[in-house]
Design a protein around this ligand. Structure first.
Ligand code: GDP
Length: 296
């Protein structure tokens, strides 16, 4: 992710090297190239515009201190603004926990985005961090998804909820109640996905939310789908008030546009990134570190 953006940004910033001052003219020239690099990386036009505007304002406002390299000053500004547009410095804890356990984490997203796999990844991550998660299969429309979640749970070394119940809201409610009795402190709900957003799915998710009071509603976004992922993240957030995003398939051939755009467009931060099919291919998303990587 971001390899091509990184290379092109590097080239754009090099154009400033050797300049003794940051002037409106040389800033504009560099920004033109930065803009092209962003759009080629599939960054949302609105996001690219906001980003460039902020960099320009800051760069023009900056007093070039004697002895300080103007290129370095400009790169510092780009770093600060890359970080800001991707969500700023990540909080110490990626997830909020309910004051009274169990904490309910609802995972939502389109079919094939990697939701079930991500449930397992998150469970394993939480277990490593001293929590006792319970995985709950609530995608009753795809029996294979239920079995898949049980397999993933075994792999992650965490329990999964088994029931004959076939109504998603009832499954989730009963699982949360059981977690309370058995001392599992985080309940991860693997909800149904569809190929496309539809009202029936959204109504079902809203009903689960109302019944279970999740602390976190995490949208699972497939980075490979670029701006479609950004649009879907926005739609789910509008309907459900999601609290964050996990960006999956960041190991694939993606230019990074979704990673760059989601926070600015939807207002919800990317909390984790999935970069492979294995349960350990999962890490926190740190905008400042990502900005550093983009700048090379
Ligand atoms: P769901 O339909 O949203 O529950 O998606 P699944 O969890 O079944 O995942 C769909 C496919 O994507 C499976 O083949 C997963 O192994 C794969 N997958 C999930 N996350 C990642 C990831 O981060 N990287 C890669 N390369 N593949 C992933």
């Amino acid at each position: 992710m971001f390899e091509s953006l990184s290379e092109k940004l590097g080239r754009a910033l090099k154009s400033l090297a050797g300049q003794s001052r940051l002037t409106e003219k040389n800033i504009e020239e560099a920004l033109r190239e930065v803009r092209m690099a962003l759009l080629e990386a599939d960054v949302h036009v609105q996001v690219a515009r906001a980003f460039l505007q902020r960099v320009k304002e800051k760069a023009l406002g900056v007093e070039v201190l004697q002895g300080l390299n103007p290129t370095q000053q400009f790169i510092d500004i780009v770093h600060q603004e890359l970080t800001a547009i991707m969500g700023g410095v990540a909080p110490e804890q990626p997830l909020d926990f309910a004051s009274r356990p169990p904490t309910v984490v609802m995972m939502v997203g389109l079919q094939g985005s990697g939701k079930t796999t991500t449930c397992g990844k998150l469970a394993k991550y939480l277990k490593k961090n001293g929590r006792s998660p319970l995985l709950v299969p609530a995608d009753v429309y795809r029996p294979a998804a239920i079995e898949q979640l049980h397999v993933v749970a075994k792999d992650a070394g965490v329990p999964s909820y088994r029931t004959e119940e076939r109504r998603p809201v009832e499954i989730c409610k009963a699982a949360v109640a059981e977690a309370g009795l058995k001392g599992w402190d985080v309940v991860i709900l693997d909800t149904a996905g569809r190929l496309h957003l539809d009202e029936v799915l959204m109504d079902e998710l809203a009903a689960i939310k109302a019944a279970c009071g999740p602390t976190e509603i995490i949208f699972v976004a497939d980075a490979m789908t670029g701006q479609d992922a950004v649009r879907s993240a926005g739609a789910f957030h509008e309907k459900l008030g999601s609290t964050g995003v996990v960006l999956t398939k960041a190991d694939g051939d993606t230019r990074g546009g979704a990673a760059f755009s989601i926070k600015h467009i939807t207002g919800t931060p990317i909390k984790f990134v999935g970069a492979g099919e294995k349960l350990d291919d999962f890490e926190r998303f740190h905008p400042d570190r990502m900005a550093q990587r983009i700048l090379g």
